[in-house]
Ligand binder design. Structure first.
Ligand SMILES: *Cc1c(COP(=O)(O)O)cnc(C)c1O
Length: 478
């Protein structure tokens, strides 16, 4: 009978033998060269990592026989390591979470029309800052300003990197070193550390909070106006709601108060919706046009939330104020790039025809899908899975709800259909991980020990690829 100590000794002798039979780096490189592989620095790194991994596995006792060092195995391991070094880190994924504006997954999916413009403008020179009519230097903002004014009813417009930059730039221009009055119910934090009080501090403006968390009245603003006041700010609570005994001051009333004291009024609208979604069965969000019509001097919103375009911050408002913001040297540091501009122009053009916008802008199309349309996608997927996965995973469809996401329409549920997967050969957590680590990763959610794929956010052409990924994950040939 062998004791534990003896077993350990026997193993380490074996291990030492195994360690000696790991091929040398040069030997491995020789095989690769013989196969016609060019011995680049990346190849050498991948070889070293492969051999180092064998060494570590032997010492850890997980590699225990010569079979584990078979040349085919080493070669496969090397190929995977080389591939990891040469393939992009930033890749496309399938969003089966049902969250339409998913900030972690890149927010809005761009329409084909926008991608075509980005490609056309980005792969050659362009008139980014060149006025083709006069042959003189032009302004990048003028390329979309007219469109933005048409769509929102504003006098003038300006674009920056994102809405956080828009708020910062507007505050810096209008209120640096002076006071800005904001309701305590509107001191918003957006995911990723954008907080109104902190942005305010960065801009050099002093925050003057008025009212209570749940209720703020016009008299609260009026009482706070002093010689030092530079701006009245309203922040649209786009990612939460205060319900119950609550009230806030309407923008039109703030505008009136601003007029009386000769103070500019700004609204940070957050999401920025260009069409009335309540006409398509969604909850009412004020459109930018409605907000502009209430008469504020400045309105800021995002390009990649409900608008469905690329990441951008859009500032619209009165010409004289927009001009001042354009002249701010900080604007140069926050300026929008040509790809964003090309994509945004294409998206804005789609809004000139509302039906086109709804059909061709993926964010709007996904938000307005009916449960029947989503159900049809779910059935297309289940049909491809049921038979090949029989005995390995139970596949069904269920009615559930999706979220808009991206700080828009909080607590608003959209009826949807999900494909529900109950794996029988490994755990649901294992399924989640395998899908997340797949060649084209698939993200969904776990609910009641099932993995749910919400088909609202899965595009038609993705269904076949999603089915194949699932079959691969279960080891079934696709
Ligand atoms: C989302 C949001 C922001 C930040 O916009 P980004 O485009 O993400 O920079 C600022 N204010 C409000 C109210 C928002 O909803």
């Amino acid at each position: 009978m062998s004791t534990g100590v003896e077993t350990k000794k026997v193993l380490s002798v074996k291990a030492r033998e195994l360690l000696k039979s790991i091929p040398k780096v040069d030997e491995f490189l020789g095989w690769l060269a013989a196969d016609g592989e060019e011995l680049t620095a990346l190849v050498k790194e991948a070889v070293r990592e492969t051999l180092e991994e064998c060494r570590a596995a032997i010492l850890a006792g997980t590699l225990r026989s010569q079979g584990g060092l078979a040349p085919e195995l080493l070669r496969t391991s090397f190929t995977a390591k080389l591939a990891r070094r040469t393939t992009p880190n930033f890749i496309r994924v399938i969003n089966a979470t049902g969250v339409v504006i998913h900030t972690n997954l890149g927010r809005s999916v761009l329409p084909a029309e926008a991608m075509a413009r980005i490609n056309a403008v980005g792969s050659g020179y362009s008139n980014l800052e060149f006025d083709l009519a006069t042959g003189k230097r032009g302004s990048r903002y003028s390329l979309v300003e007219e469109l933005l004014c048409q769509l929102t009813g504003a006098e003038a417009a300006l674009l920056v990197n994102n809405n956080a930059a828009a708020v910062l730039l507007a505050l810096d221009t209008l209120a640096k070193g002076r006071e800005v009055i904001v309701s305590r119910g509107q001191l918003v934090e957006i995911g990723g550390s954008f907080r109104i009080p902190e942005v305010m501090a960065r801009s050099g403006a002093r925050l003057v909070e008025v009212g209570a968390t749940n209720r703020t009245h016009l008299r609260d603003y009026r009482a706070a106006v002093t010689e030092e006041t530079a701006l009245l700010l309203k922040v649209h609570t786009s990612n939460y709601r205060i319900i119950g005994f609550a009230s806030e001051v309407a923008l039109a009333e703030l505008v009136e108060l601003g007029r009386q004291h000769n103070l500019p009024v700004m609204e940070d609208l957050g999401s920025g919706c260009l069409l009335d979604l309540s006409r398509y069965g969604l909850m009412k969000e004020p459109t930018v046009r409605e907000v502009v019509a209430a008469g504020p001097d400045v309105v800021t919103f995002s390009g990649d939330k409900l608008l469905g375009g690329p990441q951008a911050g859009i500032i619209v408002g009165r010409r004289e104020i927009i001009e001042r913001i354009k002249q701010n040297p900080l604007n140069r540091a926050l300026r929008i790039d040509k790809f964003t501009l090309a994509g945004l122009e294409a998206v804005l053009r789609l809004y000139q025809d509302e039906r086109k916008a709804l059909r061709l802008i993926p964010t709007l199309a996904m938000l307005t899908l009916s449960q029947a349309e989503i159900g049809a996608k779910a059935r297309r997927l289940t049909r491809r899975l049921r038979k090949p996965l029989a005995g390995q995973c139970r596949v069904s469809t269920i009615s559930t709800v999706s979220r808009v996401g991206g700080g828009a329409l909080p607590e608003y549920d959209l009826a949807t259909v999900a494909v529900s997967l109950a794996p029988e050969v490994f755990s649901v957590n294992e399924l989640e991980e395998r899908l997340r680590r797949a060649h084209e990763p698939v993200l969904g959610r776990i609910e009641n020990d099932r993995f749910l794929l919400d088909m609202r956010t899965v595009a038609g052409p993705e269904i076949l690829r999603l089915a194949n990924t699932l079959l691969t994950v279960f080891g079934v040939p696709a």
